[in-house]
Design a binder for this molecule. Structure first.
Ligand code: UD1
Length: 430
């Protein structure tokens, strides 16, 4: 199992480049199920969740040629609409194949997903929406079995805002008969990214990126070429890295327009943030950081996927920061590891109270989920001594070559162990 060994104390400087958004790439890959033609995607990040999705689609008979510069997916050969537990257990986003499989083949057998261990993560809203569109869905032996002659358009009002739920039903609606109106939709940029690809494939969609999406179903879709947007969570993680280390870092290849809440909070915490261009943001912190509260919300609010990283920063800020997690229960697993490094954090329900600045000192710590790992790496960048961050496979799910990118900006970070990432890249390019 790979580990990172990190020696803290270096301010990050220079330029760091952001990869494509994992959470856009996953639904866009699933969208290829909707057509016989080839779909070409550019800017797909080389991370483990993408490799999992490639294996998932390949196990159903699809051809996926995953390369660093572009990925070509062809689902003409799709023969087995089954998402097996062995593959999906590590990734909740596998529920994203449910909608497109039913829409395309009239049936689907999808294992109930696993993924990050951050609380009970049901997919009841995906199921409810597909049933409203006419699908019959049963649950047996850990699998969802879905059938339909042809989906029909429906009026769907989400009880709760769900990102992959919105994406899943959007992919179902584009091939349904008639019009679908979805309300209380997720407004995340990843939904808009997926809708842009679907539109390039011939779908008729209005309102993606707003709370209300209208879809006019079409009988078939064709191939398309599409470039995935930059990863706003990776970009946000680097902005925090620049600020927490008292550095001067430019985050390039990003989309500044997607980073509003994170940039505003970093400024409130005393960092200087300058948007140099639509795709480049510079962060500087030359004075002490100040406490600032965050409360996670759906986009455009402060992202839950940045909560753990922000908490690492809050340990270094003067004063008391309240961190409220409103999207997921049990998303504070990084807290006990930060405390082991010397942070002063108390958790009460969905609120963590962080008192700073704390002098962090190196310790052996363990990653528990994707974003928690990022939080530990950020804390290690300012801790005294050499921190060993274990189980970085969680981090490899969503961050591409993070140790290379951070070292280029001046961090002392080294990967020890099985060297998962280079081998995976070689494999993917094969
Ligand atoms: C997506 C992101 C994830 C991010 C999350 C919230 C992907 C692949 N993952 O996850 O990184 O942390 O959005 O921004 O894009 N819920 C239900 N029933 C459902 C679906 C969701 O109750 O059927 C609840 C969840 O338990 C959670 C909330 O709704 O409390 C939001 O979850 P959701 O937006 O669905 O998260 P994901 O799409 O899984």
């Amino acid at each position: 199992m790979d580990r990172f060994v990190i020696r803290g104390g270096n301010p990050l400087t220079g330029v760091i480049h952001v990869s494509g958004a994992k959470n856009s790439a996953l639904p866009c890959m699933a969208a290829a199920i909707l057509t016989d033609d080839a779909v070409t995607l550019e800017n797909i990040p080389q991370v483990r969740d993408i490799e999992t999705e490639r294996r998932l689609l390949a196990s159903m008979g699809a051809e996926v040629d995953l390369r660093e510069d572009r990925t070509i997916l062809s689902c003409r050969t799709l023969s087995d609409p089954v998402a097996k537990y062995e593959i999906v257990k590590t990734m909740r986003a596998s529920a994203l194949v449910l909608g497109p499989l039913i829409a395309r083949t009239g049936m689907a057998r999808v294992a109930m997903p696993g993924g990050c261990a951050i609380g009970g993560r049901p997919i009841d809203l995906h199921i409810k929406g597909l049933e409203k569109m006419g699908a019959e869905i049963a649950q047996e032996h850990g699998y969802l079995e879905a059938r339909v002659e042809r989906l029909r358009g429906a009026h769907i009002v989400f009880d709760k805002i769900t990102v992959t739920g919105t994406e899943d039903l959007l992919m179902a609606a584009v091939l349904a008969e008639g019009e679908t109106l979805m309300e209380n939709c997720a407004r995340e940029p990843e939904v808009a990214d997926l809708a842009a690809l679907l539109t390039a494939m011939g779908a008729r969609i209005e309102g993606a990126g707003t709370g209300s999406i209208r879809v006019e179903g079409v009988s078939s879709l064709h191939g398309a070429r599409y470039r995935i947007s930059p990863d706003r969570i990776e970009a946000g993680t680097f902005l925090v890295a620049g600020a927490i280390t008292g550095g001067d870092l430019t985050v390039a290849n990003c989309c500044a327009a997607h980073l509003g809440a994170v940039m505003a909070k970093l400024e409130e915490a005393g960092a200087r943030v300058d948007v140099l261009a639509p795709d480049a943001v510079r962060v500087r912190a030359d004075g002490p950081l100040r406490a600032a509260d965050i409360s996670t919300e759906e986009y455009p609010g402060f992202p839950t996927d940045m909560q753990a990283q922000y908490m690492a920063l809050a340990t270094q800020a003067e004063g008391v920061s309240l961190v409220r997690e409103n999207i997921f229960e049990n998303r504070f697993m990084h807290v006990q590891e930060l405390v082991r490094m010397g942070a002063n954090i108390k958790v009460d329900g969905s609120t963590a109270t962080v008192r700073g600045p704390a002098r962090l000192s190196a310790a052996a710590v363990m990653c528990s989920d994707l974003r928690a790992s990022a939080s530990l790496v950020l804390a290690a960048l300012v801790a005294e001594g050499e921190t060993v961050v274990d189980r970085v496979y969680h981090m490899d799910r969503g961050y591409e070559r993070i140790e290379e990118k951070l070292s280029q900006a001046g961090a002392q970070i080294q990967r020890l162990g099985n060297l998962f990432a280079p081998r995976e890249r070689a494999h993917s390019a094969a």
